[in-house]
Design a protein around this ligand. Structure first.
Ligand code: COA
Length: 298
């Protein structure tokens, strides 16, 4: 479709394979699939889930929400449902919101999804972005526990960078700058790259301080899988070992909000992540926004 080659893609991004949803397959379908895997692989029931959060920037429709479709398809009769829009930081934001609902005592079991069908919103004439994006979904169940397992959280926004990564079909300007309203993803790759490395490296330190855990005590680091070179730069800058980093970029491409749960699932499937492990997850992307948590895996 564009002038490119495998060598360029692998060396600049680390992406080897990606997955495309079928023409008639949307974000809600991927969520239902992820929830079914969660149930089967962990031998649990989700009938008593009382809230569904879907982080996505590629919903089936703007209205109804993806989460309400998922609630219906999964038969979650007693669940509330909202979608959240925080691009690649959406999954980490979802965990923080779920923790809030549970600690407030209003809810007990929250399903948090990160799910995208980015390939439906990709411009296949733009070689700097069309080589990056893939489709996927992942989910976790966050539930009340005697001892809180979410040890620290951080959230932030640099809205002045909104024009550097956007998807618009309505307003023709962002931050006073003209933008293309073709319902496709547009980005200033270099600007996002630079912002991501600086911001996430700083927030790793903030999360470390807030959790009281020096980086040596973190078992797994799961940054959003935007680009393997961003992950390598973060490890170089922070001194965190790359072997203790989990990624989904190499096999799924950049799947925005789905990238962290997909990397986590990969870590679980490969027997790396174990109960009691401390995991630092940081999402970052369109907004520009970021969010991170340190959790003790149960
Ligand atoms: N195939 C071959 N060549 C390509 C290409 C492609 N798919 N895309 C760009 N090029 C060329 C450019 O034209 C340029 O050529 P030139 O030097 O002759 O002008 C050269 O490769 C370098 O382009 P540049 O844009 O500087 O590449 P880069 O190293 O910054 O990599 C990205 C581009 C998009 C992979 C990289 O900037 C990136 O990943 N940024 C972050 C994007 C991101 O993660 N977004 C989502 C955040 S959540």
């Amino acid at each position: 479709m564009v002038e490119t080659n495998d060598e360029w893609i692998v060396s600049r991004t680390g992406i080897r394979t990606r997955h495309f949803a079928a023409e008639n397959e949307y974000t809600s379908h991927l969520c239902v699939g992820a929830a079914k895997s969660l149930v089967e692989e962990n031998n649990i029931t989700i009938d008593d889930v009382d809230f569904v959060i879907v982080a996505t920037v590629t919903p089936d429709q703007t209205m109804p929400s993806v989460s309400s479709q998922v609630q219906d398809k999964l038969g979650l009769a007693h669940a509330g449902a909202i979608d959240i829009s925080a691009a690649c930081a959406g999954f980490a934001y979802g965990i923080i919101l779920a923790q809030g609902l549970i600690t407030a005592g209003t809810h007990r079991k929250v399903l948090v999804f990160g799910a995208e069908t980015l390939t439906k919103f990709t411009n296949y004439e733009d070689r700097t972005s069309c080589i990056l994006f893939g489709d996927g979904a992942g989910c976790v169940l966050v539930e009340a526990a005697p001892k809180g397992n979410i040890l620290a959280a951080v959230t932030g926004s640099n809205g002045d960078g909104g024009k550097d990564l956007y998807l618009s079909n309505m307003r023709k300007q962002i931050n006073g700058q003209d933008v293309i309203t073709d319902n496709k993803i547009h980005q200033n790759g270099r600007a996002v790259f630079k912002w991501a490395v600086t911001t996430v490296a700083e927030q790793m330190q903030v999360l470390s301080e807030r959790s009281g855990l020096p980086l040596e005590k973190i078992d797994w680091f799961i940054p959003h899988s935007a680009n393997m070179r961003i992950i390598e730069a973060l490890c170089n800058q922070s001194g965190f070992p790359i072997e203790k980093t989990l990624e989904s970029i190499s096999i799924y491409g950049n799947t925005s909000s789905a990238s962290i749960p997909l990397a986590l699932h990969r870590g679980l499937r490969e027997g790396k992540v174990k109960k009691g492990d401390r995991i630092m997850m940081i999402g970052f992307g369109g907004g520009l926004v970021y969010a991170g948590v340190v959790v003790e895996w149960q």
